[in-house]
Design a binder for this molecule. Structure first.
Ligand SMILES: Nc1ncnc2c1ncn2[C@@H]1O[C@H](COP(=O)(O)OP(=O)(O)OP(=O)(O)O)[C@@H](O)[C@H]1O
Length: 426
């Protein structure tokens, strides 16, 4: 110790440097690893794609967030990748002048981001207008489709389908693959107390719009009378004919005209006889492809069937008349009347992941093409939720699996056999 005393200060400095190096080594080990080169490339591709949506030539900011030769780390504040290197989450800043309340402007950004991040998945977009931030997150797959079955609901409630667990606190007991389980339902309320007593479902061909109308018809029949107008004329509802509560199933333009004219008169009659209203069963008017019927009526010089729907749509709520319509995209975007669009405040978009803003339907926001029966739903001014509709095929279709045919037929009200007692002449 005594021999080393003259070298004390040098030894102290050396010990200090060793300790600093050791601490630095630990810190370097603990620092989170940054994105890999491949991940950086992906983030830069995302930035390059979305930059034109956010940058303007006269950006007043000295260092704009988005420029044609900018880099992602300037604008993206968080990101996460799955082990397979696919993007799971990204949070980005955007300039304050971006019109983030404009649905079309948002839609453009969402479409670009979803396309670049992979169109085979569904994304959730959360816009934080207060802090000019946008979070994009990959959503988990929707639940497996539920087959047609009887649901435990109140008489004024219909199950449109099932949604993500975080979208509703309610759970409904259902049978999936023979097992009882509880799923989060999308329940649509009809009748005088409902603020969205009429429904419009749209989707591209084969997306399952008729399937949803069939599901609703079977649920409604438990408590209501029903008129079905099938604009396709394909007979996908003829299995309902002759069942108790089914007043008409029309497939021809003339039959459609007669049925809808009757529905309009019946709505007015109910309104003028309030004393009888509480005694009468609710009435459902189900119309598949009204734009096709309008087209045919126009060609033949007849009155537009959509005009005949005005009275049920405007006054049906008080008269306990519910209208449920289905139509195909893209025809529905131009071919539906203003009254149909504005009075159907419950809206479902199937077959494509999309969204509904007010009375506007935004069927494509660049997200994953959905399976038949999958899409989005919005009830009134509420939030848009994802939905999977119960599988309710036409039991008379030869392609329907026997088990499903039995399930759908089991939901039909039984036809009353005529009284077998022999009639004796007095
Ligand atoms: N919820 C669902 N779950 C599983 N399969 C479904 C669902 N909805 C529909 N499908 C299937 O998708 C196909 C198309 O359904 P549907 O006939 O209802 O479509 P659509 O939108 O009316 O189109 P189109 O009029 O062109 O047939 C059918 O084979 C149907 O069984």
């Amino acid at each position: 110790m005594i021999a080393l005393t003259p070298y004390g200060p040098w030894l102290a400095v050396g010990a200090l440097m060793c300790a600093a190096a050791w601490t630095g080594r630990e810190a370097a080990e603990e620092a989170p690893a940054g994105p890999t080169a491949e991940q950086c490339d992906r983030l830069q591709a995302l930035y390059d794609a979305v930059a034109p949506c956010f940058c303007t030539e006269d950006d007043p900011h000295p260092q704009p967030l988005y420029t044609p030769d900018g880099t992602w780390d300037h604008a993206f504040v968080a990101h996460a990748f799955a082990p397979n290197e696919r993007l799971e989450h990204v949070e980005l800043r955007y300039p304050p002048y971006f019109p983030d309340t404009d649905a079309a402007a948002r839609g453009r950004v969402q479409q670009v981001l979803a396309t670049k991040a992979g169109r085979d998945r569904d994304y959730r977009f959360d816009w934080d207008e207060e802090h000019n931030r946008l979070r994009m997150t990959v959503r988990a797959a929707l639940p497996h489709p539920v087959d047609a079955q009887r649901f435990v609901t109140a008489p004024t409630e219909s199950v449109l389908g099932f949604t993500d667990p975080e979208s509703t606190a309610r759970r409904l007991p259902v049978i999936v693959d023979g097992q009882q389980c509880e799923l989060p339902p999308v329940v649509w309320r009809t009748g005088p107390a409902s603020t969205e007593s009429h429904l419009l479902v749209v989707g591209p061909p084969g997306s399952g719009t008729s399937n949803l109308l069939r599901s609703l018809a079977l649920q409604a029949l438990a408590h209501s009378d029903l008129i079905v107008v099938d604009g396709t004329g394909e007979g996908a509802y003829s299995f309902l004919s002759g069942r108790p509560g089914v007043l008409a199933v029309e497939t021809s333009p003339t039959g459609a005209h007669t049925a809808l004219q009757w529905a309009a008169h019946e709505t007015s009659r109910r309104l003028h006889t309030p004393a009888e209203l509480s005694q009468s069963r609710p009435l459902w008017v189900i119309v598949d492809r009204p734009t096709l019927l309008s087209h045919l009526a126009h060609d033949q010089g007849h009155c537009d069937p959509q005009d005949l729907l005005e009275t049920p749509l405007r006054h049906g709520r008080a008269a306990r008349v519910t209208v449920a319509l289905a139509d195909q995209l893209p025809e529905a975007e131009e071919g539906l009347s203003a009254t149909v669009r504005s009075r159907t405040r419950a809206k479902v978009v199937l077959g494509q992941m999309g969204s509904v803003d007010g009375d506007r339907i935004n069927p494509v926001l660049g997200t994953a093409p959905a399976q038949p029966g999958q899409g989005h739903v919005r009830l009134g001014d509420g939030p848009t939720h994802r939905i999977v509709v119960p599988h309710t095929p036409d039991p008379q279709d030869s392609a329907t699996a026997p088990a499903l045919r039995t399930a759908v037929e089991g939901l039909l009200p039984a036809v009353h056999e005529p009284d077998a007692t022999p009639v004796t002449n007095v």
